[in-house]
Structure formats: C-alpha cells, structure tokens
Design a protein around this ligand. Sequence first.
Ligand SMILES: [Zn+2]
Length: 266
Amino acid sequence: MKNLLFGFIVVLLLVSCKNETDKATENSKATAEEVEKEMTSQDENFEVIPISHASMVLNWNDKTIYVDPVGGAETYATYPLADLILITDIHGDHMSIETLQGLNTEKAKIIVPQAVADSLPSDFDTQIDVLNNGDTKERFGFNIEAIPMYNLRSDALRFHPKGRGNGYVVENDGKRIYISGDTEDIPEMRALENIDKAFVCMNLPYTMTEMKAGDAVAEFKPKTVYPYHYRGADGFSNLDLFEVALRRLDTAKQIEIVRLNWYPVK
Ligand SMILES: [Zn+2]
C-alpha cells in the first residue's frame, strides 16, 4: 500500500512537472542571469563560478578555491590562481592530472583523499594535504572537513565505496559551504548542521535520484542549495522534480534553490 501511494505521488509530481517544464525552460536562462547578478551584488565575499558538472571556482574573501578542476588548464585561464584545490575522488569528472599539471598551482594547497594522493604524480607531494573521512585541516583561515561520500544501493556500491572519496564542508568567516561529491542521501549528509550553501549531486546510476536529493536537503536545511553534478547515463536529471521533492516538505519552504549553468555549450 505504501509503495502504491508513493507511486501515485511520483506520477502526480511527474505530471505537474511536465506542465511546468516548458515554463521552467523558458525561464531558466533569465533565472541564471538574475542569480549571477544577485551573487555579485548581494554577496560580495562569495562568488560561485560553475565550470562544468562537478567543477567550480569559488572566489571567497580574497581567496580562490578550485573544486575538482578538470577540462583542461585553459578553462581556468581567466580566473585567479588557486589558493586551495579540493578534489573529491579519482574519477575523470573530478580528478584530471593533465589539468592539474597545466595549471599554475605554485601557491596552492591541494586537499585530497588518500586514493587521489596515490594517483597523483610525486611532483605534487609537497603541496598535498591528505584528509580521510572525518579529518579536518585549516589552510589560509579556511577550515576544511572531509565528509564521507558513498553509495547505498547495492547495485551502485561499486561506483563509490565508503571511505574512498571526500565531500567537504569548508568554513570561513562564519560561513559554511558543503560540497557533496558523489554520494547518495547518506546519514552523514542528513546530519549536517548550519550549512549556508550546499552543492548537492543527483544523477543515475552514479549518485541518487532527484527525490532522494530533495528529501535529504530538506532534512539538513541549508540556507541555499545549488543542484550540481546532474548529468547521468541517460541525460540530465529533472531539476523541477528536485524542486518539487524539496518543497513538499514544510521544513524546506525557506531553502533557496539556485540553478546555475553547469553545462555550458562549448
Ligand atoms: Zn562524478
């Protein structure tokens, strides 16, 4: 009966999403532009530049953080040099040795899980900080905590076994940012507290559904959520469905959802 009811709700959501899709698509460009303006004018000390899929540049209180830089060093040519580079996992959409070697990283500390450290050439040894799940490190006034990221579904365990990769919570000047990495709706995510901005993945079969992501975000209640890492084996996840899943919970009404352009056409 529970399954039947759940199925009915999903169908309802899908139907209502379908009706909303055209409108949402029409508005998505304008929304992205508005958000960009909003971020530079209202939140001067924190700027998000989506590069692609899982990769981003954060300009935060005069420091620059690259998250999972991939896609070639030239992609980063117009941005300030990195003070911090955070890498979540060994897969090609998160770690690129070629990109790292092409970048000028001479002033950067590179924060990685052990599996990434083992994969990088030894020229990076002196600038690497290895964090295992639960470890913390302070660099340049930024406190970085490694959060577990892993799959729960038995058919997906091979993608991200617990303990190999890191999500991160980065804190500076009272602001706390969560970067999920590739994960399902694990208890460690649901238990996060006082997150200002959360970057949360949703794609199948590698991470989780939009419904699970919405449900988990409603539980830890960041002030703002940025859906990212949402291209799966069969195309893009439906961000409208994520929004519906999140909004159906009263506790999540105040959470701001910011859609950025994570998949620019090249
Ligand atoms: Zn990934």
